[in-house]
Design a protein around this ligand. Structure first.
Ligand SMILES: NC(=O)c1ccc[n+]([C@@H]2O[C@H](COP(=O)([O-])OP(=O)(O)OC[C@H]3O[C@@H](n4cnc5c(N)ncnc54)[C@H](O)[C@@H]3O)[C@@H](O)[C@H]2O)c1
Ligand SMILES: O=CCc1c[nH]cn1
Length: 486
C-alpha cells in the first residue's frame, strides 16, 4: 500500500525537499495495519549541517521584514492548510493511526489556528517606552532569539510542528524541526505549505531522525533555543544539554493528571469529560486526566454510565469516518500499555472493562477502565500514554485535593461540579499548568498551554508563547549631562 501524498524526499531543507540515502532507513508504519507505507532516511551530519546553515543564513533578513509581512505569510499558510484539511487529515491518520473522524477536526485545523493566530500577532510585537527621571528615558526592543530547534512527539505531528513553528516564525526566528521518528510525514507537509505561502527558503527546515539527531541539534552552538514536546526522561536530558549551551528552552512534557468528579456534577457531562480525557486519540494525549477521582456517592452510577457510553465506541479502520477509536501508534507503545494493564491487575485494581489486545492486524487495544485504584499503585503514579482510565474513590474536598497534587507531574487538572465556588477553590489549589472546570482537554490557541513541576517549562500558544520565542533589548537614553565622579 502507498499512501496518497508520498513526500518526494525525507527532509525539507532550505526551501526544498532533500534526500541523503546514506542516512539509516526510517520505515513509516501505518498503525492500523502494521504495514510499512514509506521508507525515509534519518538525517546524516551533512543534512543537519545544511539545515543549520540554511536557518542561520535566512534568519536575519526574515527578522528585518516587518511583522505585517511575516504575519501575512503565516496567515496565507493557514488558509492553504484549511483548504487541504482532508488531505492533511488523511496523512495525519496514516502517520499516527488516529481516526479520521478526529484528525479532520483536531490536527491541521489546530495547526492552521496557530499559523493564523501568530500571523495576526506578528505586527503587534513591539517594545515599550519607559520615562525616567531628569527627562531621561529608555525603550525596549523585542527581538527574535535566532535559530530555534523544535523536537516533536508522535501523538500530534502536524499540531506540534505548527505550535512551535508559528510563534517562532512570527517573532522573526528560523526553525529546524525534528519530528518524532515514529511519525515523520506530517511536518514535511507543514514545511511545504509554509514555503508555498511565501516563506523564504531556510526558515522552516525539517530533518528526520531519532534521539541522536535531536542531540546533535540541541548541542550545536548555532542554536539559540530548543522547544521539546516529549516525555519527562527525554525532557531532563534535553534541558540539561540546552543549559550547557545557555540556550532558551520550552519543555512540553508528560503528565498523570487528576480529574475530580464531585457527586453534584452533571453525570453525563462528567462521563463525557472522562471519556475525552482518557480515550480521545486512543489515550495518547499528554494532558489526559487519567486519575479519575470520583466521589463515593456517585461511584456506581458513574461506572455504569461510563460502561454504557464505552459500548458505543466504534473501534476499527481509522479511515472510516464512523470509527471513533483507533489503534495505538506503534507496536512498542501497545506493549507498554499491555504491561501496565497486567501490572494493574497484579496490583489488585478491578478491571471494569477492556484490557485486551484486539485480534488481527494493527496495534489495537480495548479502551480500558480500572476501578478501586489506590494512590500508591503503579498504574496511578506513572504515565501510561494509552487508553487506560484509573478510577479512584474519594470522600472529601480537602482530601482529594491533597491526593490530586501528590505527583511529580503538573500538566493539567480538571473538576466537575455544579458548585462553582468549589470549582474555583479546587482550581486555585491544583498544582497544574492547565485546568478545566466542567470540561476536559480543550486546547484553543488563544489560551496558554503547558505544565508545572516535572511536566515542563514555558508555555505554548497564546501571547505567552511570544515571551518564549523573543527577548527584550533595553536601551537607556540620557537627555541631560553625564555626571561622572572624576
Ligand atoms: N506537554 C505536551 O504538550 C505534550 C504533548 C504531546 C506529548 N507529550 C509527551 O510526549 C511523550 C510521548 O512522546 P514520545 O514517546 O515521542 O516522547 P519521547 O520523549 O520518547 O521523544 C520525544 C522526541 O524527543 C526526541 N529525543 C529523544 N531523545 C532525545 C535526546 N537525547 N535529545 C534530543 N531529542 C531526543 C525523540 O526522537 C522525539 O522526537 C509523553 O510523555 C507525552 O505526555 C507532551
Ligand atoms: O498532547 C498534548 C497536546 C494537546 C492537548 N490537546 C491537544 N493537544
Amino acid at each position: 500500500m502507498t499512501y496518497p501524498t508520498q513526500p518526494t524526499s525525507s527532509h525539507f531543507v532550505n526551501g526544498a525537499y532533500l534526500e541523503d540515502a546514506a542516512g539509516a532507513a526510517l520505515p513509516v508504519i501505518y498503525p492500523a495495519t502494521g504495514q510499512v507505507i514509506a521508507t525515509l532516511h534519518e538525517a546524516t551530519p551533512a543534512v543537519i549541517e545544511a539545515a543549520l546553515i540554511a536557518a542561520r543564513d535566512a534568519q536575519a533578513e526574515w527578522a528585518a521584514m516587518s511583522g505585517t509581512e511575516r504575519g501575512r505569510i503565516l496567515r496565507r499558510a493557514a488558509d492553504i492548510m484549511r483548504d487541504r484539511n482532508r488531505e492533511l487529515s488523511i496523512l495525519e491518520t496514516y502517520d499516527t493511526g488516529k481516526p479520521l473522524q478526529e484528525t479532520l477536526v483536531a490536527d491541521a485545523t489546530s495547526g492552521a489556528d496557530a499559523l493564523e493566530y501568530f500571523g495576526g500577532l506578528a505586527a503587534s510585537l513591539t517594545g515599550e517606552h519607559i520615562p525616567l527621571g531628569g527627562g531621561n528615558w529608555a525603550y525596549t526592543v523585542r527581538q527574535p532569539l535566532g535559530v530555534c530547534v523544535g523536537i516533536g512527539a508522535w501523538n500530534y505531528p502536524t499540531q506540534i510542528a505548527c505550535w512551535k513553528g508559528a510563534p517562532a516564525l512570527a517573532c522573526g526566528n528560523a526553525m529546524v524541526f525534528k519530528p518524532s521518528e515514529t511519525t515523520p510525514l506530517c511536518a514535511l507537509k507543514v514545511a511545504e505549505i509554509l514555503h508555498e505561502a511565501g516563506l523564504p527558503a531556510g526558515l522552516f527546515n525539517v530533518v528526520q531522525g531519532a534521539g541522536d539527531v535531536g542531540r546533535a541539534l540541541v548541542t550545536d552552538a548555532r542554536v539559540d533555543k530548543v522547544s521539546l514536546t516529549g516525555s519527562v526522561p527525554t525532557g531532563r536530558k534535553v534541558y540539561a544539554a540546552a543549559a550547557a549551551g545557555m540556550k532558551h528552552v520550552t519543555m512540553e512534557l508528560g503528565g498523570k493528571s487528576p480529574l475530580v468528579i464531585f457527586d453534584d456534577a452533571d453525570l453525563d457531562d462528567a462521563v463525557g469529560g472522562a471519556i475525552l480525557g482518557n480515550f480521545y486519540s486512543s489515550g495518547q494525549v499528554c494532558s489526559n486526566g487519567t486519575r479519575v477521582f470520583v466521589q463515593k456517592g456517585i461511584k456506581q452510577a458513574f461506572l455504569t454510565r461510563l460502561a454504557e457510553r464505552l459500548a458505543d465506541a466504534k473501534i476499527g479502520d481509522p479511515m472510516d469516518e464512523q470509527v471513533s477509536f483507533g489503534p495505538m501508534v506503534s507496536e512498542g507503545q501497545l506493549g507498554i500499555v499491555e504491561r501496565y494493564i497486567a501490572k494493574g491487575i497484579e496490583e489488585g485494581a478491578r478491571l471494569v472493562t477492556g484490557g485486551k489486545r484486539l485480534d488481527g492486524q494493527g496495534y489495537y487495544i480495548e479502551p480500558t477502565v480500572f476501578a478501586d485504584v489506590t494512590d500508591e499503585m503503579v498504574i496511578a503514579r506513572e504515565e501510561i500514554f494509552g487508553p487506560v482510565m484509573c478510577v479512584l474513590d474519594f470522600e472529601a474536598e480537602a482530601e482529594v485535593l491533597t491526593r490530586a497534587n501528590d505527583t511529580e507531574y503538573g500538566l493539567a487538572a480538571g473538576v466537575f461540579t455544579r458548585d462553582l465556588t468549589r470549582a474555583h477553590r479546587m482550581v486555585a489549589g491544583f498544582q497544574a499548568g492547565t485546568c478545566f472546570i466542567n470540561s476536559y482537554n480543550d486546547a484553543p490557541v488563544e489560551v496558554p498551554f503547558g505544565g508545572v513541576k516535572a511536566s515542563g517549562v514555558g508555555r505554548e500558544n497564546s501571547k505567552a508563547a511570544i515571551e518564549h520565542y523573543s527577548q527584550l533589548k533595553s536601551v537607556f537614553v540620557r537627555m541631560d549631562r553625564v555626571e561622572a565622579p572624576f
